[in-house]
Design a protein around this ligand. Sequence first.
Ligand SMILES: CC(=O)SCCNC(=O)CCNC(=O)[C@H](O)C(C)(C)COP(=O)(O)OP(=O)(O)OC[C@H]1O[C@@H](n2cnc3c(N)ncnc32)[C@H](O)[C@@H]1OP(=O)(O)O
Length: 389
Amino acid sequence: MTEIRVLTDEAQYRAHNTLFRRAMHWGPPTDEQWPATLPSYESGRVLAAFEGDEMVGTTQSYACAMVVPGGAVVPHAAVSRVGVRADYTRRGVLSALMREQLSTLPEPVATLRASEGRIYGRFGYGLAGRVRFLRIDARKAVIPGSPTGRVRMLDPDTSDKLLPELHAEVGMGRPGQISRWPGWWARALDRKTEAENRVTVVHSGPDGDDGYVCYKVSEDKDFKHHMEIQDFACANADAWRDLWIYLTRLDLVDTIEADAALDDPLHWLFEDPRVVYTKDVYDQIWLRLVDVPRMLAARTYGSADPVVVEVRDKLLPANDGCYRVSPDGAERVEAQPDITIPIDLLGAVYLGDTRFSDLAAAKRIEGSRFAEADALFAGPVAPLCSTFF
Ligand SMILES: CC(=O)SCCNC(=O)CCNC(=O)[C@H](O)C(C)(C)COP(=O)(O)OP(=O)(O)OC[C@H]1O[C@@H](n2cnc3c(N)ncnc32)[C@H](O)[C@@H]1OP(=O)(O)O
């Protein structure tokens, strides 16, 4: 009989971390890694599955906040470290963990990064945001014109102090972006394991600091230099352009690799748009609406005639019901539905990455008036989450 417990002390957290890491085929946390990992264990949010006294499965979540279409910021649970001991898989351990976690989360929405695409739909998570992985030919990347602001390089101590504050100001510009919690920063800024050889530069415009980029450059066996953009956030187009001017004018860099939103207009910066090559598009945000009435009311909607959407949610049946969505908002109603949609697919359309008409074409949902629903849920910009957890 699987029992789910809330873990409470450091020894249990370390066992949790070891189990999760083994499930991912990684070794246990080293003594060097552990001090920066411990702050990522938040009291009350760490669950483990037990068979008798043996820990056999893990999950946890971090409390933070997420931007929804229209710009509102709502409480959000970042779900992570899901793992089941290899000798206990396919016996319902993950299912028990997910049921317990979903029924006790205080936040109205949760997201996670999925190791595999077939796991989380059954628990109501839908693929809600994708990301492009770009490679830029830095030797040919010419941005005409001059920068408008100033870019300055930070020493590591200044960067450690400034970045959390600056990210909170400039890093929440798209639906799907999430705030960062202290345990996230503890790991990201840990110079022993993560931040070694990382460079941070900050952009300032007329109103002060308004963007930053963190990058690392490494050299391969053929003496080519490759830059990896690790973190990039800015509040406006001038900061964005100036930071890219800085990056592409750096000496001794052959290629630059970066993540970007599907609609990122980066190629338009360059004289030759082909210097930006999309290497891959992969799924990033898997989103679970935990409290559907609250989340439908939190976002804004485009212009179209109202549509009644019927939601079906086996795990959290309080969400079941019909919701009338219009440009003025969303409310629960007793009415004939135009569209019936399972909770995972409502998650998929929520941030605007996917359209109802695409799901209908794929025979994943039924109903009518998909064009109106598309117009209501469409957003001006594609979602993105630049915070890996
Ligand atoms: C957010 C993150 O942390 S992502 C990281 C997830 N972790 C990993 O990938 C680590 C390696 N894998 C594991 O630890 C485990 O196999 C897990 C967590 C993926 C699944 O745990 P299990 O306890 O085996 O899942 P459980 O037995 O509850 O299965 C539930 C259902 O999901 C299905 N399922 C589980 N894992 C997979 C998978 N990898 N691919 C396809 N289906 C899967 C099961 O077949 C089962 O289907 P059913 O309900 O139709 O019978």
